[in-house]
Design a protein around this ligand. Structure first.
Ligand SMILES: [Zn+2]
Length: 669
């Protein structure tokens, strides 16, 4: 028996006046009254990564007693062995009192999603910072978000955060901290931007008893005197931000018709976990033909970038474009935008208030301990009773890798129904979003350690397209966006592209067929490698050798060439040289449009009788093919979406090229 959810009358968490419900904090947390808000702004140009000069300093950790403690919040972790235990119990919080003329910075992080435990002033412009571990744990320091005031413009400040626990970090590969200046926001309408020079991430001297700690240090200047500024690991997106977003939907007369907001459950601190159901109202009986798409985010609170991707997705799917209409006509979207509101509120990096990583608890039946996980799984079970689930995806941020990619699940022999293969959707995404999404970075192995994750559990429940989407907390290595940071608009665009990929997946077009074809080639190559007795995995490649950064269809060949080369270096077998050679020849002979045309000719015979170039930049066969079926649409809608161009299969390369031009140029919409 699967319990069902009840639909509340109004948006839960709101009073009739549209006021937000309180954000519930655990009682140990002390919170300031001020509401922290930031303006939405996108830098005019992508912000470059930091290039190390080789002269960066590595300030050593200053033990207790050195320097002056100027900020300290009581940690709730009684078993925490870290350095600040020596000053525990001084007071619930400590802020030094400022006198006139004192230029010491004033720190504050006791606000929603804030994280900063302690600050020691080392000298006039140098501060040593300690992050708060996830509540009720002694681990997981990564997320930081704090306020600094009493600033002096143009002075050479240095901050060093001393209690990271991960040996590897994107700060080693060019990532820069985020800075927000209230004065700049007010005067120049400028929001979060990258800052920092002399950035260094290194193992420090704070470790003891086998525990190692790592420091992140950077120098910078404040833009204004007596300004209030903020620093953060990634663009903050709080529970209150989500609530405001949902309120706007619930008040919108159009959006509220196809987006219903319900309570999924309450968290341990009694915060509401929301679930959104998005689909166009249908006529007649209950429609169970529409497949479901399930999306979740923020199970890990510090991965704030995923909320921006989710926002991008929701903006698109709730918009009035023809594409959004088609998607809402054909799917029922179930969206849990914030799985771990408590963790988000208190500024945790990874855990819930149970001190646990919720993305390892999808097999657990402890409803009281992990309510959002239990109720999400239950909701999915219930959805499965009434309709097929086309896709499940849980959004995550990655703290060690660049690009956007997915983890999927597959069985060894799965290539029989290629259109249902879990690699096809990410392959499509990589074509649509070539500067950010990397197919070669995707992995499809099910590791033992990941058995409690949403992705693996949903896959075992029968959802073959079950993914963890990983978006770098830093930026991209691909195409024109190489060596630049992602900003909030980039992250939102990933959400838009996710919709585009879904559309390509359900409305088969040229891109879709190319992806099937490309996938087929990969499978063939894998079979060949297997039959030749090599222990090489073509399909799941090692990321260390990935350099692929182009995206057009020639890339298929180039990519395989790389594969061939890679295998060669790995095994140096004769036959592998041959593969590489074949690929090389192939890549010379079939360039651009010709490759496309050739592949197109090989498509199944019905599908290639005639095709339409659509406004969206794909080519859609009239009939034939066997991808997931679309619900029939009204003629007007069809006309609206597809600007029809007849193209016979005898069309010349040039004609085909004309049709695909916009696709190649990447200027599709
Ligand atoms: Zn995560």
């Amino acid at each position: 028996m699967v319990p069902h959810l009840h639909a509340p009358q109004n948006l839960p968490g709101l009073s009739s006046a549209g006021q937000l419900s309180l954000v519930h904090w655990p009682h140990q947390c002390e919170v300031i009254r001020d509401r922290i808000e930031h303006i939405d702004w996108t830098p005019p140009r992508p912000e470059p990564l930091y290039t190390p000069m080789g002269l960066e300093m590595k300030p050593s950790y200053q033990p207790a007693g050195e320097g002056t403690v100027i900020y300290l919040t009581e940690e709730a972790n009684k078993d925490s062995g870290f350095v600040y235990s020596q000053v525990r119990g001084l007071s619930p919080s400590k802020q030094i009192l400022h006198q006139n003329g004192d230029n010491t910075l004033i720190f504050e992080a006791r606000f929603e999603s804030g994280n900063l435990q302690k600050v020691v002033k080392v000298n006039e412009f140098e501060y040593q910072l300690t992050l708060r571990t996830d509540l009720y744990t002694s681990k997981y320091t990564q997320w930081y978000y704090f306020q600094v005031s009493n600033t002096q413009a143009g002075m050479p400040y240095r901050f060093t955060i001393v209690n990271f626990t991960k040996p590897d970090s994107l700060y080693k590969r060019g990532m820069r901290p985020l800075l927000y200046s209230e004065a700049d926001a007010k005067k120049h309408n400028v929001g979060w931007r990258r800052t920092g020079n002399e950035i260094k991430y290194y193992r420090n001297n704070a470790g003891q008893g086998g525990q190692q700690y790592f420091s992140l240090t950077w120098t910078f200047q404040f833009p204004h005197n007596r300004d209030t500024c903020y620093f953060a690991h990634c663009y903050p997106y709080t529970y209150s931000n989500l609530q405001e977003y949902l309120v706007a939907i619930s008040k919108d007369p159009v959006k509220s018709k196809f987006c219903k907001i319900h309570i999924l459950c309450h968290s341990l601190a009694r915060n509401i976990v929301y679930v959104l159901t998005i689909t166009n109202p249908h006529e007649g009986d209950k429609d169970t033909k529409r497949k479901a798409v399930i999306l979740t985010a923020r199970v890990h609170p510090g991965e704030t970038n995923t909320s921006w991707i989710m926002k991008g997705f929701l903006d698109y799917i709730l918009g009035n474009s023809g594409n959004a209409q088609v998607l809402r006509d054909n799917f029922v979207f179930k969206v849990v935008p914030m799985l771990n509101p408590d963790g988000v509120i208190v500024g945790n990096h990874r855990c819930s208030l149970a001190g646990q990583d919720l993305n390892r608890k999808y097999k657990s039946n402890l409803k009281e301990f992990y309510p959002s996980i239990w109720y999400t799984r239950n909701m999915i079970k219930r959805v499965m009773e009434e309709r097929d689930i086309l896709l499940y995806c849980d959004f995550h941020g990655h703290n060690r890798k660049k690009n956007v990619f997915v983890y999927g699940c597959e069985r060894k022999q799965q290539a029989k129904a290629p259109n249902l293969h879990p690699r096809v959707f990410p392959l499509l995404l990589s074509k649509i979003c070539p500067d950010k999404f990397s197919f070669p970075d995707c992995r499809f192995r099910v590791q033992k350690s990941k058995e409690g994750t949403g992705r693996v559990v949903m896959w075992k429940m029968g959802i073959s397209n079950s993914y963890t989407l990983e978006a770098s907390i830093c930026g991209s290595k691909l195409g024109q966006r190489r060596s630049t940071h992602f900003n909030t608009k980039d992250l939102e665009s990933v959400g838009h592209h996710f919709c585009d990929a879904l559309l390509d997946y359900c409305v088969p077009n040229m891109k879709y067929y190319l992806c099937l074809k490309e996938h087929e080639e990969m499978v063939k190559q894998q079979a060949k490698v297997n039959s030749e007795g090599l222990n090489s995995d073509v399909l799941d490649r090692d990321s260390s050798t990935q350099t692929s950064n182009s995206s057009d269809s020639c890339d298929l060949v180039a990519h395989q060439l790389k594969l061939g080369t890679k295998i060669k270096t790995k095994t140096s077998g004769e036959h592998i040289h041959r593969i590489a050679k074949d690929r090389s020849r192939e890549s010379k002979n079939t360039q651009g449009i010709e490759t496309l045309h050739k592949i197109f000719q090989e498509l199944d015979p019905v599908g290639r009788e005639m095709c339409y170039a659509s406004e969206r930049g794909g080519v859609r066969p009239v009939s034939g093919c066997h991808p997931p079926k679309m619900e029939s649409r009204s003629r007007e809608k069809e006309e609206k979406i597809h600007h029809r161009v007849k193209l016979p299969i005898t069309a010349s390369v040039k004609q085909v090229g004309e049709c695909f031009r916009f696709w190649f140029s990447g200027s599709e919409n």
